[in-house]
Design a protein around this ligand. Structure first.
Ligand code: PEP
Length: 242
């Protein structure tokens, strides 16, 4: 399966930022990517982004509620994301787990909601720095997988994003050996064929090395996805065949 390069804009971007998606789409129209490309802008921009993505860039949400509709002020359902033009949604990002108290069970319910709406769920897991320093990274990730990935996950409806919390937005990354080791560990605990993305300070300068690693099925990119030129460099770093 080809690699997936996914951009997570987090809470960044108003209408002016659509020019970045437009510029990326123009570049990919001139020379298509060897991988799947997904951008997850704020939910408010998904529908407008769909007008400039030129079918070269898939669009996704950054979170969804588990229910279809109801009295959940401020929340957005997976069906609403789909209606706006999304084909995927990130669930269980560490910022959701940390700032919104999302448990593995909540993340699993959101992944099921994504499937119900016909979206691919990108389920995030990853250890904190303290957990890695105390030798617990493997156990933490295994436990998060067991709790967050519902039965029924397939390569068609789910990708896993391994995002060490201490690497997100910090400029720090695990070594290549550590990434390869953890991806092999994750692979052993999920259904066959699911893409396992690496996320955490992926930049134009380290993308080639990370994306060449065994069992790395793509990247989830935060800061470096905001500028089309940086993101394009990462997209161009994907493996040609995998
Ligand atoms: C992320 O937000 O998922 C992420 C990986 O961020 P960054 O690339 O900025 O570390």
């Amino acid at each position: 399966m080809s690699q997936l390069i996914a951009g997570n804009w987090k809470m960044n971007g108003v209408a002016a930022a659509l020019s970045e998606i437009d510029a990326l789409a123009v570049s990919l129209t001139d020379r298509p990517a060897a991988c799947d490309v997904l951008v997850c802008p704020p939910a408010t921009l998904i529908e407008r982004a769909s007008h400039v993505s030129r079918n070269r860039i898939a669009l996704g949400g950054q979170d969804c509620h588990a229910e279809i509709s109801g009295a959940f002020t401020g929340d957005v359902s997976a069906e609403m994301l789909r209606d706006a033009g999304a084909t995927a949604v990130i669930v269980g990002h560490s910022e959701r787990r940390q700032y919104h108290g999302e448990t593995d069970a909540v993340v699993a319910a959101k992944a099921k909601a994504a499937w119900r709406a016909g979206l691919t769920a990108i389920i995030c897991i990853g250890e904190t720095e303290a957990e890695r320093d105390s030798g617990k990274a493997n156990d933490i990730c295994k436990s998060q997988l067991a709790g967050s990935v519902p039965d029924g996950a397939t390569s068609a409806n789910t990708a896993i994003a391994y995002e060490p919390v201490w690497a997100i937005g910090t400029g720090k990354t695990p070594t290549s050996e550590e990434i390869a080791q953890m991806h092999a560990h994750i692979k052993a605990h999920i259904p066959a064929g699911l893409r396992i993305l690496y996320g955490g300070s992926v930049k134009p300068a380290n993308a080639v090395e990370i994306l060449a690693l065994a069992d790395v099925g793509g990247a989830l990119v935060g800061g470096a996805s905001l500028k089309a030129s940086d993101f394009l460099t990462i997209v161009r770093a994907c493996r040609k065949s995998s």
